[in-house]
Ligand binder design. Structure first.
Ligand code: MG
Length: 161
């Protein structure tokens, strides 16, 4: 069994769609980035890659590569899961927290969990998504950006025992 951790931040800006966990969320701002800037999906991808010691999302999908411009991060996540599978790992579970002052994310969490689980090829029950604010403190509290944390457990499936 191996544990992974991922963390990501993207800046909020006008004129972009807000995509979290593959769900487009109605809001007057969106996250800035080369891909769709889905900060939650990026944190989860980094947790999975980290658990397998396979580097990070920036190594596999560089933001200097035009192929990933406005990329659907769920597609990148599914590619990460293929890398893990090829390395002989299966996902135990994923847990995550989005840190955002606004908008309210609770109504969107069931759909985020469903989409993340589908991208990873695991049952929805293995994917946790939570949301919190930082009580108006710091860059998430001021609305300058959104952060996401993720952890996961993966298991070796090709082990001798
Ligand atoms: Mg990112």
């Amino acid at each position: 069994m191996r544990i992974g951790h991922g963390y990501d931040v993207h800046r909020l800006t006008e004129g972009r769609a807000l995509i979290l966990g593959g769900v487009k969320i109605p809001f007057d701002k969106g996250l800035l980035g080369h891909s769709d800037a889905d900060v939650l999906t990026h944190a989860i991808a980094d947790a999975l890659l980290g658990a397998a010691a396979l580097g990070d999302i920036g190594t596999h999908f560089p933001d200097t590569d035009p192929a990933y411009e406005n990329a659907d991060s769920l597609v990148l996540l599914s590619r990460v899961c293929v890398l893990l599978q090829d390395a002989g790992y299966a996902i135990g579970n994923i847990d995550s927290t989005v840190v955002a002052q606004a908008p309210k994310l609770k109504p969107h969490i069931p759909e985020m969990r469903k989409r993340i689980a589908r991208a990873c090829g695991v049952p929805t029950e293995r994917v946790g998504v939570k949301a919190t604010t930082e009580e108006h403190l710091g860059f998430t509290g001021s609305g300058a950006g959104i952060a996401a944390h993720a952890v996961c457990v993966i298991m070796e499936i090709n082990g001798a025992d």
